[in-house]
Design a protein around this ligand. Structure first.
Ligand code: GLN
Length: 253
């Protein structure tokens, strides 16, 4: 996999903000930009609306959540564009949320019909019995070395992971993929059901994505406020079993 160790400018590509970006998913872009700039890395942001061809030179591609109609349209246009698989072959990172996550898989349901996804992640999505709405928490795959996942979910789909991808987390509160696992990742492609936005609630997940590009660990930032947010949200869903992040705790204000 290619990395850019002497990275001076990080290229962030935000896909289809005209169709997909519910519940503050744009914040993921802002968090990545903020945390890159905090490490002395310049950021170049490209916003690609669904009527435009996307570049294949991005370092990190972001795609958010949305309702069934825009989701199906976005999948059609992404498949017609054909650039995202080429970017992945060049080593790009993808962080996809909810509808965007389902689109990365082989198929998903929208408005009662099955739609083809991009097949970049070994997942497929069906419809669940009831909408999954509310806070979610979970323990992230230990291989990723990221503390407890926290966020907000609102989706009707249920997602099933094949042998070529791994769950992002084990669910301790909420539904996620199927009540047991949440999100998926394989190589540099990651998906999650979480809004919040996800990377504001999980800043070390943002750093993981950045480190996949730079190929090195990043110097820590002052995460006092994100930590306070995390602790408040984690305590709200499970006060007994989910203690505050051990290495950066602060008293709730
Ligand atoms: N339309 C999809 C579902 O309901 C995704 C929802 C979303 O992105 N919030 O499962």
């Amino acid at each position: 996999m290619s990395t850019r160790p002497s990275l001076s400018t990080l290229r962030l590509v935000w896909l289809y903000p005209d169709l997909l970006s519910t519940y503050g998913d744009r914040g993921n872009l802002q968090v990545l930009a903020y945390r890159a700039i905090g490490r002395g890395i310049d950021v170049d942001i490209v916003e690609v609306t669904s009527d435009k061809h996307m570049p294949t030179e991005g370092d990190i591609y972001l795609i958010g959540g949305g309702e069934d109609g825009p989701q199906a349209l976005a999948a059609d246009r992404l498949r017609a564009d054909g650039s995202l698989p080429r970017a992945v072959n060049k080593g790009a990172v993808i962080f996809s949320v909810c509808a965007g996550y389902q689109i990365m898989g082989t198929s998903f349901m929208a408005k009662g019909e099955q739609h083809a996804g991009l097949g970049l992640l070994d997942i497929h999505s069906q419809r669940g019995d009831k909408r999954a709405v509310g806070e979610l928490a979970g323990q992230i795959d230990p291989r990723l070395h990221v503390p407890t996942l926290t966020g907000f979910e609102n989706h009707g789909g249920r997602t099933f992971i094949g042998p070529n991808a791994a769950p992002l987390a084990k669910v301790t509160h909420g539904i996620g993929n199927d009540g047991t696992t949440e999100g998926a990742w394989a190589g540099r492609i990651m998906g999650t059901y979480l809004h919040g936005p996800a990377l504001a609630r999980n800043p070390l997940l943002a750093d993981l994505l950045l480190s996949w590009v730079t190929g090195s660990q990043l110097v820590p930032l002052d995460d006092t406020w994100p930590t306070a947010l995390r602790n408040e949200r984690l305590a709200a869903v499970n006060p007994k079993q989910l203690p505050p992040d051990a290495n950066n705790a602060m008293e709730l204000m």
